[in-house]
Design a protein around this ligand. Structure first.
Ligand code: NAD
Length: 359
């Protein structure tokens, strides 16, 4: 039976990455029925809405999507498609494995961590009060009544962290650890300073950990974690974090394993899962058939696992890992210098993955 999957090419370099990924996924032999849907700036420019209802309806119906990156223009009032998507479908967990494949140039070849980022709360929830606005003035007045003074020329972002949100993300981290044979979960926070938000996250994490005695549990203050990740990444395994720290540490993890072109991800919710790379739309490379599709292909590999197609997932990952190990048919970012003329393009990398799988 074919798996029906919503395919969102996105914008910038998204469509070329999505096409390369669709081809390698089909070459695994798993059958897909793609429901292609639009999102992003191109869709906004064409029809005035970056995130059409049809795209959301499709995801609600299929329950599984793979998405190319989408651009969020800075300071335009344009809401991020990714933030909307996570909110609308309650995709509460972002799972980002960061594994250093042999052959990649990295100072941290031992890295094999999985970042589990909370996706719906924290400073990312979008509860914001613009400097000079009426709502900002009312909020500051309420804070003043409560004995807290905020300067009148301040913009304000609110950081909500709940018991429910913390519990389900930490449970997801332990569920992942158990499903994929991982040994330890580390919870990252700044509970020493933000006692009622990060402190609550830590308290809940400790309670959840007690329900999973077979998996080791520890916590780290976020700044210390960053320091340790760039000195001893091999000591870490699954790391669970509130939204903002998770966002930042995801890029740190991508750096540890050799770059954004290699870091995949999956957004998991109760009703749907959407798989996408950690990186953005890299618009300056749009249409050049140049960027590395590995991150989106590995996101496709995570999707195969999610669809219980584990053998196909292993074969796809194995083929990508082998190409990276050999190092000849890879994109510019995996070459010793960025102007290496032997680098292949996005679609040629897909051809090489397909050939490696014996397709
Ligand atoms: P970016 O990840 O798009 O690109 C930063 C740089 O990383 C690129 O210039 C390129 O040098 C490198 N890079 C990224 N992906 C690569 C790949 N596949 N292969 C090789 N090199 C790669 O980050 P940005 O420039 O900060 O963001 C561009 C846009 O993407 C912004 O509008 C941002 O909001 C958006 N964004 C979208 C997503 C998403 O859709 N999930 C995620 C992050 C950023």
């Amino acid at each position: 039976m074919a798996h029906e999957v919503t395919l969102i090419p996105g914008d910038g370099t998204g469509p070329e990455l999505a096409e390369a990924t669709r081809r390698v996924l089909e070459a695994t032999g798993v059958r897909f029925e793609w429901d292609r849907q639009e999102a992003g700036v191109d869709e906004y420019e064409a029809h005035g809405n970056p995130f059409p209802d049809a795209t959301l309806d499709s995801l609600r119906r299929t329950g599984v999507g793979i998405k190319g990156p989408t651009t969020t223009p800075v300071g335009s009032g344009f809401r991020s498609v990714n933030v909307l998507l996570r909110k609308e479908l309650d995709l509460f967990a972002c799972i980002r494995p960061c594994k250093a494949y042999e052959g990649v140039r990295t100072r941290f070849p031992e890295t094999d961590i999985v970042i589990v980022r909370e996706n719906t709360e924290d400073l990312y929830a979008g509860i914001e009060f613009e400097k000079g606005s009426e709502s900002n003035a009312r909020l500051r007045a309420t804070l003043e009544e409560l004995g807290e003074h905020v300067r009148d020329d301040a913009g304000i972002s609110v950081k909500p962290i709940s018991v429910m949100g913390s519990e389900r993300i930490v449970e997801e981290a332990f569920r992942y650890a158990e499903a994929y044979g991982r040994r330890k979960v580390t919870a990252a926070h700044k509970a020493n300073i933000m006692k009622f938000s990060d402190g609550l996250f830590l308290e809940v994490a400790r309670q959840v950990a007690e329900r999973h005695p077979d998996i080791e549990f520890e916590d780290r203050i976020i700044d210390n974690l960053c320091n340790q990740l760039v000195s001893r990444p091999e000591e870490y395994d699954v790391i669970v974090l509130p939204n903002l720290y998770g966002d930042i540490v995801s890029d740190l993890g991508a750096g540890l394993i050799g770059g954004l072109g290699l870091a995949p991800g999956g957004n998991i919710g109760t009703e749907a899962a959407v798989f996408e790379a950690t990186h953005g739309s890299a618009p300056k490379y749009k249409g050049q058939n140049r960027v590395n599709p590995t991150a989106l292909m590995l996101s496709g590999m995570l999707m195969l696992r999610h669809l219980e197609e584990r053998e196909a997932a292993d074969r796809l990952e194995g083929a990508i890992a082998e190409l990276i190990r050999k190092g000849d048919k890879v994109t510019y970012d995996l070459k010793p210098t960025r102007d290496d003329l032997s680098a292949v393009g996005t679609s040629e990398f897909a051809d090489a993955v397909i050939a490696q799988m014996g397709g």
